[in-house]
Design a binder for this molecule. Structure first.
Ligand SMILES: [Zn+2]
Ligand SMILES: [Zn+2]
Length: 436
């Protein structure tokens, strides 16, 4: 029984840590104990250990380790991906041969269909995709996918590494060393950035992994149940009990203890019957299958909200500042919007003088190469401005002044009042991701 407790405790601890690693960084958990644990694990404990090492050995222990840590955190490497696929491979090679002969044909067929899927979708996520990575060659095409909303993304921001205007919704990834179109996040599990072109494969990877793990847990249960039921009949009379209704609270502790003992006995019978190869893998699958499912649900929520993971943290920043009462919502001048502009009016002379000279009066709209017309069906009508003193903006920066109706700024107290131009509604946003 002690071994069973240790196995369950270890598996639960691994699941909790993986959950924190999966979700701790997401803005939804920023102000929750999960976010706190993530900061504790990733920042506070390592920096406290480093400070202790500096105090004790002048930093000798961590200087070697930090180079490795820096490499693991900041360079592209497949260590986590190998760990993930290795875990599936080892688990499958333990479970499948043990239960194979007990399975009817349709389950064998299902194993053959479900097992290769995580490998295939990981490959599709990990391979270099011209739809995802913005290069000199495809830059013009990427500029035409999404409009600048002037809330999260502004035209005219040049990527210092790639030396071109950042397309709206893109982000430069310091690990991939490239600008990523409709950037979602850099995923260490697939050793690549997820964005336009491969986000859909990430969603299918999460779905297929969740199904495979749930199915693995079910297979172990299915194959071991006949054996277990035989042995369980012997134990049943020992642990048969009924909670006494209306009993005093102290007896509920006894009830809980009995229930736990009952559960542990059941698990230990499974481990007796199937060993680590079937019962252990089944238990691990049972405890870990909610992780990819939870992450998939989180991504579906983001799709429902019309944002990427990268954008969700930008919106969370705005929400914090809105709560402080320092954000003002303004309207765009209709004549500066592409849809309203008469044909031919967008031909400005865009030759820029050197940055040392004062910036000339900005044109009504940015030049074509900074903000070309896009294929996106919506155009932003709102502009958000934060002020440091909490007073309405008196002097607007040139890039806002040129397109904003100066008289329209009003304090905003709710993020829901701000238009998200990238939100097409759940189904259309999902479709856009699945098609691109
Ligand atoms: Zn870049
Ligand atoms: Zn990346």
């Amino acid at each position: 029984m002690t071994v069973v407790r240790a196995i369950i405790g270890f598996t639960v601890a691994v699941s909790v840590l993986t959950f924190i690693a999966f979700f701790g960084r997401t803005p939804a958990f920023r102000n929750t104990p999960i976010g706190f644990c993530h900061r504790l694990l990733v920042h506070r404990i390592p920096s406290a250990l480093r400070a202790l090492d500096v105090f004790l050995t002048n930093g000798r222990i961590t200087s070697g380790g930090s180079r490795l840590g820096h490499h693991l955190m900041n360079e592209k490497h497949p260590v986590v991906m190998i760990f993930f696929l290795g875990l599936i491979t080892v688990s499958a090679s333990l479970l499948v041969p043990t239960v194979w002969n007990l399975l009817p044909f349709h389950h064998k067929l299902l194993v053959a269909i479900l097992l290769p899927q995580p490998y295939y979708f990981t490959y599709l996520c990990a391979k270099r995709n011209p739809e995802t990575v913005v290069t000199e060659m495809n830059h013009a095409a990427h500029m035409r996918h999404y409009p600048y909303d002037r809330i999260l993304f502004y035209p005219g921001n040049v990527c210092r590494t790639c030396k071109f205007n950042k397309p709206a919704r893109s982000k430069h990834c310091s690990v991939c060393k490239a600008c990523v179109s409709r950037a979602d996040h850099h995923c260490v599990w697939v050793n690549n950035c997820l964005g336009r072109g491969n986000h859909k494969w990430f969603l299918t990877l999460l779905l297929s992994t969740a199904i495979l793990l749930a199915y693995g847990a079910y297979l172990a249960y299915f194959a071991l149940s006949p054996k277990v039921h035989k042995q369980y009949a012997r134990y049943e009379s020992w642990y048969r009990f009924k909670p006494s209704p209306g009993s005093n609270p102290s007896s509920w502790t006894t009830y809980g203890e009995k229930k736990l003992h009952y559960f542990l006995t059941y698990v230990s019978i499974y481990i007796d019957a199937g060993g680590i190869s079937a019962a252990g893998v089944g238990l691990l699958a049972l405890l870990t299958w909610p992780l990819p499912l939870g992450l998939l649900i989180y991504h579906l929520y983001l799709i429902y909200a019309g944002m990427t993971t990268n954008e969700s943290s930008k919106w969370a920043d705005w929400a914090d500042e809105i709560a402080d009462g320092k954000v003002f919502l303004g309207k765009r001048k209709p004549e500066t919007m592409r849809d309203y502009r008469p044909r031919g009016a967008d031909l400005h002379d865009s030759t820029q003088s050197s940055s040392a000279t004062p910036i000339p009066t900005p044109p009504e709209t940015p030049p074509e190469e900074e903000e070309p017309p896009t294929t996106w069906p919506l155009e932003s009508r709102h502009i958000l401005v934060r002020t440091t003193n909490g007073q309405p903006p008196t002097k607007l920066p040139p890039r806002i002044k040129s397109v904003a109706d100066k008289e329209s700024f009003e304090r905003v107290w709710d993020l829901a009042a701000v238009e998200n131009v990238y939100d097409l509604g759940f189904w259309d946003t999902l479709l856009e991701i699945l098609l691109h």
